[in-house]
Design a protein around this ligand. Structure first.
Ligand SMILES: [Zn+2]
Length: 146
């Protein structure tokens, strides 16, 4: 659920070689396959509730559909610019989905977060978890190139 409060890095990466730039550009030619491949990085770390779908019409970096039975994670074009941001975004959206699911099962803490009038409370909560996952991932596997 992009509520316009997330700070996402969207400045284009800098390339050392033409080869590298061309390889990078492939993600925008076949965005869905890029996302599918990328999701494999998460395997064993976190199971996503929905397969992320590329949505070229999405103006925001990402969004999550939280309606029961229609849960989805959507990634916009700007969500593909940086690998580290895409990683964080997928965890972020997954946390929104988990939170609403817990709230539906009457988990008080989750319910308090999702119903709190100031939406930044939920945003901060899920983003903190996403940042922590990114740090853990990069500690174990090295920094993302882009
Ligand atoms: Zn969000």
């Amino acid at each position: 659920m992009a509520k316009g409060l997330r700070d996402v890095e969207i400045s284009p990466p800098v390339f050392d070689t033409l080869e590298e730039a061309l390889e990078y550009a492939q993600r925008f030619q076949r965005p869905q396959s890029f996302i599918d491949e990328f999701v494999k990085l998460l395997k064993g770390r976190i199971e996503l509730s929905a397969d992320p779908k590329y949505d070229p019409r999405l103006l925001a970096t990402e969004s999550a559909v939280i309606s029961e039975g229609r849960e989805a994670i959507k990634i916009g074009r700007s969500g593909l610019i940086h690998d580290s941001e895409l990683f964080k975004t997928l965890i972020h959206e997954e946390m929104h989905l988990r939170l609403i699911r817990k709230a539906r099962r009457d988990n008080r803490c989750a319910l308090n977060i999702v119903t709190y009038p100031d939406v930044s409370v939920e945003e901060d909560y899920v983003e903190r978890i996403a940042v922590r996952y990114l740090r853990m991932y990069e500690r174990a596997s090295g920094k993302f190139k882009h």
